[in-house]
Design a protein around this ligand. Structure first.
Ligand SMILES: Nc1nc2c([nH]c(=O)n2[C@H]2C[C@H](O)[C@@H](COP(=O)(O)OP(=O)(O)OP(=O)(O)O)O2)c(=O)[nH]1
Length: 127
């Protein structure tokens, strides 16, 4: 089991989503950006580090919204999602293929990683 933290970054009523590149696992799937928790880090530290590394921006995680496991067969992940505020910086795609800011209602138009579906369901009850 791997522990993955992901950020639901909220800005001006829209949510930041990112598309995985061809080279990553789950190629071309959309996701909430983030990554694996490293030893010695807490979840908030991991998420701010990952977002800086992947997108070059500073964020502030302020609410832990969900934690659930998903079994991809060859890989089992525990995905932990945080609602985050955008703080500063200009987005640069350092790993992903693409990104978009979308309204919650429009998330259904994107092909998300399976593990993200419960995160979207949870968001429905919060936003
Ligand atoms: N970051 C992120 N990963 C997700 C999401 N949903 C989901 O199934 N995953 C999976 C994809 C990856 O297999 C795993 C870890 O993500 P990661 O972004 O750290 O992947 P990584 O580049 O470190 O992985 P690797 O290819 O180097 O092994 O979690 C999500 O919303 N955000």
């Amino acid at each position: 089991m791997i522990y993955v933290v992901c950020a639901v970054i909220y800005r001006e009523g829209k949510i930041l989503i990112a598309q995985r590149s061809e080279k990553m696992k789950l190629p071309l799937k959309w996701e909430f950006p983030g990554g694996k928790l490293k030893k010695g880090e807490n979840e908030e530290q991991a998420i701010t580090r990952e977002i800086k590394e992947e997108l070059n921006i500073e964020i502030l995680p302020f609410q832990r919204i969900s934690s659930h496991t998903h079994d991809y067969g060859s890989l089992k992940i525990n995905l932990i999602a945080y609602l985050c505020e955008y703080i500063s910086g200009e987005i640069k795609l350092l790993e992903h293929l693409d990104f978009e800011f979308v309204y919650f209602e429009d998330l259904k138009g994107y092909d998300f990683a399976e593990a993200d579906i419960p995160v979207i369901e949870k968001l429905k009850t919060l936003l």
